[in-house]
Design a protein around this ligand. Structure first.
Ligand code: PLP
Length: 399
């Protein structure tokens, strides 16, 4: 026997398993609506033109030195403007502790570790359902988890009454994970008015809001609009936390570039908090990677490249919104007696279709359509070329 004879294989990731099965299927009709990355109307991965241009400017011009422990100062500065607003008083007053993170996942994990270190008795409330990795992140950081109700299966929309009830019933000063926009996996977001009510209740209860913002700009096509929830909380005087990612909105998936920020009471507190965040990062990875951070700071600090990015992020969002419309119209045209309104009401990369695991199995086995068994359709995998085929198959298994 060896040192590792007691190591069993880890359970397969349900999302990666879908792609494996898709790749192994020889059918020419096969469709992958399990992917968590944007695809163009031909089903191909996309590199944004603003990213290509930033790379051209980098080529041959930059050294490969380490970034500071907290990451690229410029990238952080631009990220804070995006999340907190171009003219945010909190940025001017240097009240935000922020570090470059290993994309959105790394930002969440760094925060979870920070929470454990400085508030060891605290818990985290996570929406039900949520991106599965949230559970893993806070579990590995050893922060106990609670859930709050979020999704209403019958209406395939927000269960606002239950969510407010759960916020009310949580002990004062609880920590909550909120998706800033384009909730994954449901595509269901609170309205602006509902966010205002949530923010108000958080004030009364003295809850802490931690925003995971993995899709800023990707939801509506406008990063300002997608930051609305955060801005409402800021207006109301909350000290928020925020995880940002450039995976989706700049298509920088594999570059692992993001930002973790915590709004503090004053500059002195922000300096202390930032130094402790760096302290947590140091023994894990020392300092974050360079290339993606350069790309982001070049794009966001150059007015021409930034406006090109804004155009390109809107093209991605609009394609997805267009495919939602097409999928719904195709289902209605087929005479489906079910309501498919939620396809267009939901927002962002995913559509929580309401299909059962058995119906999903039929889609896969009979129609070569691949997705997770919770009925989550990645709208990024839907194209002009496959939307009618997909609608027909959904109609067949749900009628
Ligand atoms: N948070 C949510 C809700 C997500 O859906 C994702 C990606 O799927 C992430 C965070 C993190 O992604 P990344 O680490 O690639 O930025």
């Amino acid at each position: 026997s060896s040192w590792w004879s007691n190591v069993e294989p880890a359970p397969k990731d349900p999302i990666l398993g879908v792609t494996e099965a898709y790749l192994a299927d020889p059918s020419p009709h096969k469709v992958n609506v399990g992917v968590g990355a944007y695809r163009d109307d031909n089903g191909k991965p996309v590199v944004l033109e603003c990213v290509r241009e930033a790379e051209r400017r980098i080529a041959g011009n930059l050294n490969m030195e380490y970034l500071p422990m907290g990451g690229s100062i410029k990238m952080i500065e631009e990220s804070l403007k995006l999340a907190y607003g171009e003219d945010s008083e909190f940025i001017k007053d240097k009240r935000i502790a922020a570090v470059q993170s290993l994309s959105g996942t790394g930002a969440c994990r760094l925060f979870a570790d920070f929470q454990k270190r400085f508030l060891p008795d605290s818990q985290i409330y996570i929406p039900l359902p949520t991106w599965a990795n949230h559970h893993n992140i806070w579990r590995d950081a050893r922060v106990p988890q609670q859930t709050f109700r979020y999704y209403h299966p019958e209406s395939r929309g927000l269960d606002f009454a239950s969510l407010m009830e759960d916020f009310k019933n949580a002990p004062n000063g609880s920590f909550f994970l909120l998706h800033a926009c384009a909730h994954n996996p449901t595509g269901v977001d609170p309205s602006e008015e509902q966010w205002r009510e949530i923010s108000h209740l958080f004030k009364v209860k003295n809850h802490f809001p931690f925003f995971d913002m993995a899709y800023q700009g990707f939801a509506s096509g406008d990063p300002e609009r997608d930051a609305k929830a955060i801005r409402i909380f800021l207006e109301d005087g909350h000290l928020i936390g925020c995880a940002q990612s450039y995976a989706k909105n700049m298509g920088l998936y594999g570059q692992r570039v993001g930002c973790l920020s915590l709004l503090c009471e004053d500059e002195m507190q922000a300096v202390a908090v930032k130094s402790q965040l760096q302290q947590i990062a140091r023994p894990m990875y020392s300092n974050p990677p360079l290339h993606g951070a350069h790309i982001v700071s070049i794009i966001l600090s150059d007015p021409d490249l930034k406006s090109l990015w804004l155009k390109e992020v809107k093209v991605m969002a609009d394609r997805i919104i267009g495919m939602r419309k097409a999928l719904r119209e195709n289902l209605e045209k087929l005479g489906s007696p079910l309501s498919w309104e939620h396809i267009t009401n939901q927002i962002g990369m995913f559509c929580y279709s309401g299909m059962t695991p058995d119906q999903v199995d039929r889609l896969t086995n009979e129609f070569h359509i691949y997705m997770t068994r919770n009925g989550r359709i990645s709208m990024a995998g839907v194209t002009t070329g496959n939307v009618a085929y997909l609608a027909n198959a959904i109609h067949e298994v749900t009628k």
